[in-house]
Design a protein around this ligand. Structure first.
Ligand code: SF4
Length: 160
């Protein structure tokens, strides 16, 4: 199965950061879904792996193993329901997750229907979410404790 092949290929040592998202039945979920794809396939390809939530939740195979062995697991949620994190907690009870609620980042009240807004706006909001996720939770090493690399990084690090 392609998702199992992808899981095997991305089961690296050290493990990659696992990125999951609400799979997007409504416009908020669509933003979360696209943001996760941008993180894992464009902005941080080497550091992250995109998890299929449906596969990881329903099958105890490769996709779930990627989540289980990841040192960091990021759940990009479309809304306050936090379906991604709650589903994965159901199958991996001690799982620690970084939960990002996407609609608090772009801060616009979106309609439910995906057909109720222009397609390009999903990309605009998703990019805003993806950029923040990568900056705050993926590519943090260039800042923390290395002030010579960034003028706004303090010697004691940024606390992340
Ligand atoms: S969980 Fe929330 S964001 Fe995701 S599809 Fe359902 S209503 Fe939309």
């Amino acid at each position: 199965m392609p998702c199992e092949d992808y899981a095997e290929k991305n089961s690296t040592t050290p493990p990659k950061i696992a990125v999951m998202a609400c799979e997007g039945a409504c416009s908020r979920g669509e933003v979360a879904r696209r943001a996760a794809n941008m993180v894992a396939h464009r902005l941080a390809r080497d550091e992250t792996v995109r998890i299929c939530l449906g596969g990881a939740f329903t099958k105890n195979t490769g996709q779930r193993n990627l989540v289980r062995r990841a040192e960091k697991v990021i759940a990009i949620e479309g809304c306050f329901i936090h379906c991604t994190a709650r589903m994965m907690e159901g199958v991996i009870p001690d799982l620690k997750q970084v939960i990002i609620q996407a609609d608090q980042i772009y801060d616009v009240d979106l309609p439910f229907g995906i057909d109720e807004m222009p397609d390009e706006m999903f990309t605009v909001y998703a990019y805003k979410v993806a950029e923040q996720v990568v900056r705050d939770y993926v590519k943090t090493a260039a800042c923390c404790g290395t002030p010579e690399k960034k003028s706004d990084c303090s010697a004691s690090g940024c606390g992340r």
